[in-house]
Write a protein that binds this ligand. Structure first.
Ligand SMILES: Cc1cc2nc3c(=O)[nH]c(=O)nc-3n(C[C@H](O)[C@H](O)[C@H](O)COP(=O)(O)OP(=O)(O)OC[C@H]3O[C@@H](n4cnc5c(N)ncnc54)[C@H](O)[C@@H]3O)c2cc1C
Length: 672
């Protein structure tokens, strides 16, 4: 393969743009169900809707075969509580997640994940993903069930997180979509939702998009639409695509596009004020490359420079004597949740065993000498092999960069140790050491997204949400598949009875003019990277860990000034740059949504990791609620909703009843 430098050296010039450029050319595509975003959630939504008999179109700004956060693989699948070895019920797991987040999560999404996670995983198995130890490599291991050959992570007693060989999961989904006749539009970035009569708040009847290679314009006309565009972890509060690992723990294509199009169409959102410290936004080391004891590496022994081992403790800080105990609930605990996106740990009852919680102090006092190391040689052989082998060989973005590279370079887990980064002592408070020194002002969106009902329908007719975000309060890999599968099914059911609707030409024309503006700008206009840096800086400075009314209003004003000045004259010199600029426009919208939601919550909250300097009261009872907000004309309206709204009228009082009423699990969905 020729590298960029070799090409330029050989040719003596930069390459021409390799695709035909056809700005303004319109393509009209019609389907029952439109899926926006081809990550695992979107692909599974497409498969599910197609199996229900719907005609389905999927549009993805990257390439659906490997795109998205899960495109490079997955090693452990959360929430599969109905697997035959699990000792946890869907009700117990949902309640545990809900209570551990102090109610700031989606009980609806969590229950769906629990009810359908195992079925969805088996569906992936049918598509070609290995989910069992079929080659008996780990026979006799504590984490393996010899009858089903399933293998588990974190809590070996309760067995609800399944270890899988998921390096090929995206290509398998892709093949299945093709087999089912899903029309896939790769490299098409959706820029707006189309609504009946062009009115905000009305039924969604399609979307518009731009091809980031040809610049062509797409008009999608659909009876139902599922938004599954993921989050914007790497580009809202920080932006450093060239920095090591910046693109690793997330997806650079994630720009909050789904949030932005939903907001502009008048949908209701919740929890946009919830952000988390941006430990995963790329200023650390390549994910899983350095010594650590978290997530995939849970249970790995950490030693100091003198070979002294850092103890593991349970939720009550009791030291654990053996390796086996690291993977078992402590006395007084029914089960442990494990580490997952969108999971919170405000209840000791479900907390994971971890490295001693006062490691930072003990390093300061000289009890442990830096550098630290992960010493896998101290693990029993099967534990060592499942970790650096099966898991690092299948986890997202680790198979080639870490497992393959390290192994070829001579790393041998039977003999060698992995060094932990050398950092200021306070950085060792979290056992995920490869994320590097924490930078408190670099935040990431947490649980915020579309408010949905028991059908995963948003507040807009015809519009459904799925995946980690933009579905509020959802999370990880398996959870994204599962909510995608459910939303696809519900969208198809709606499309069966809904009338076809025409798109509004004036709305299309307005969006087209907006989308192509950057190609008509003077060459002195800023480019997409400058604009993205500026957005991230505004977010860090005015909406970081600490904020008040003045900073938030100033932040909104600055975002608007960016929109009216730099963004209004920003220039794209090819379709790729055009796509990136349009993503920046989405980021500005999402930034404003976060600031507006932050203004609406006039208190501080430990559970939302949300600190208002002008309202320091921590979690006063009158603010323990969701604050759904939406845009109506130039105004933003906010209302209040109890945290357990999903179990109050008009819904039934139990999870089981609501699921029974809404899930409509058609038998057709079991394969076609
Ligand atoms: C390195 C890594 C390791 C991980 N390991 C695990 C694990 O072991 N277990 C686990 O449970 N989870 C894991 N996760 C998390 C998991 O992969 C994600 O939660 C999950 O993949 C999210 O899927 P999604 O489809 O909801 O969103 P995404 O994967 O973000 O997909 C959204 C898609 O939408 C596209 N898109 C965005 N905007 C637009 C637009 N406007 N128009 C068209 N398309 C658009 C994007 O290009 C993207 O492909 C890991 C994540 C990473 C990055």
């Amino acid at each position: 393969m020729t590298t960029w430098n070799e090409y330029v050296e050989e040719e003596g010039s930069l390459p021409e743009w390799p695709y035909p450029v056809r700005y303004e050319k319109e393509n009209l595509v019609t389907a029952d169900v439109l899926i926006v975003g081809g990550g695992v959630a979107g692909c599974h939504a497409a498969i599910s809707a197609a199996r229900e008999g719907a005609s389905v179109v999927l549009t993805e700004s990257g390439h659906a075969k490997r795109g998205g956060s899960g495109g490079a693989g997955v090693d452990h699948w959360h929430g599969a509580v109905t697997n035959p070895c699990s000792n946890v019920t869907p009700e117990e797991y949902t309640q545990a997640v809900f209570d551990s987040a102090h109610g700031y999560t989606s009980g609806i999404a969590r229950y769906i994940i629990c009810k359908e996670g195992w079925d969805t995983l088996q569906e992936c198995e049918e598509m070609g993903v290995q989910i069992r130890d079929v080659h008996d490599e780990f026979k006799g291991a504590d984490f393996r069930d010899d009858e089903t050959k399933l293998m588990f992570a974190y809590d070996y007693q309760n067995r609800h997180v399944v270890r899988i060989w998921g390096y090929n999961i995206k290509p398998c989904l892709y093949q299945e979509m093709k087999r089912l006749g899903v029309q896939i539009y790769n490299r098409v970035l959706v820029t707006s939702l189309l609504t009946e009569g062009g009115r905000a708040g009305a039924r969604v009847v399609g979307a518009t998009g731009i091809n980031s290679r040809t610049g062509e314009f797409y008009i999608f006309r659909s009876k139902a639409t599922v938004v599954a565009t993921g989050g914007s972890r790497l580009r809202l509060f920080s932006f450093a695509p060239e920095v090591t690992a910046a693109g690793s723990m997330g997806n650079m294509n994630g720009s909050g596009g789904g949030h932005a199009i939903g907001w502009n169409a008048g949908a209701e959102f919740v929890l946009m004020e919830q952000t988390v410290p941006g430990r995963l936004n790329g200023f650390g080391y390549a994910p899983y490359s350095m010594g650590n004891a978290s997530n995939t590496y849970h249970g790995a022994p950490i030693v100091d420079a003198n070979g002294k081992e850092v103890p593991y403790v349970d939720f009550q800080d009791r030291e654990l004597a053996t390796v086996q105990e690291r993977f078992l609930p402590a006395s007084g605990q029914k089960f442990q949740l494990g580490i997952g996106i969108g999971l919170h740990y405000y209840l000791d009852q479900y907390k994971l065993n971890d490295l001693t919680r006062n490691l930072a102090d003990r390093i300061r006092k000289g009890e442990f000498t830096l550098p630290l190391y992960t010493d896998l040689t101290r693990l029993p052989e099967l534990e060592r092999r499942v970790l650096f082998g099966m898991m690092v060989g299948n986890e997202g973005k680790t198979r080639i960069p870490i497992y393959d590279t390290f192994t070829k370079a001579g790393f041998d887990p039977d003999k060698d140790m992995l060094q932990v980064p050398v950092m200021p002592p306070q950085s060792y408070q979290h056992s995920n050491f490869w994320t590097g020194v924490p930078m408190p002002h670099l935040r990431s969106l947490a649980g915020g997204g579309f408010l949905v009902d028991w059908d995963l329908r948003t507040s807009l007719e015809g519009l459904y949400a799925a995946g980690g975000t933009p579905l509020f309060g959802s999370g990880c890999h398996g959870e994204s598949h599962t909510t995608g599968r459910y939303a696809g099914r519900k969208a198809a059911a709606y499309a069966r009875t809904a009338a076809a609707a025409d798109v509004d030409r004036a709305q299309v024309d307005a969006e087209k003019a907006h989308a192509y503006k950057p190609i008509r700008q003077d060459k002195h206009g800023v480019g997409w990277k400058e604009l993205n840096y500026a957005i991230a800086r505004v977010m860090q400075d005015y909406c970081g860990a600490y904020k008040n009314e003045l900073t938030l209003n100033a932040g909104i004003r600055l975002l608007n000034e960016l929109r009216e000045n730099e963004a209004a004259t920003a220039r794209a010199s090819n379709p790729h740059e055009l796509g990136r600029l349009l993503e920046c426009f989405s980021l500005m919208t999402v930034g404003e949504m976060v600031m507006r939601a932050s203004l609406a919550r006039k208190c501080s909250s430990l559970y939302l990791d949300f600190y208002r300097l002008d309202f320091p009261d921590m979690d006063p009872p009158q603010w323990e609620r969701l604050l759904p907000m939406r845009q109506v004309g130039d105004e933003v309206t906010v209302r209040e909703l109890p945290l357990d709204f999903h179990l109050r009228p008009p819904y039934a009082p139990t999870y089981a009843e609501n699921y029974q009423l809404h899930a409509s699990r058609a038998t057709a969905n079991k394969g076609r």
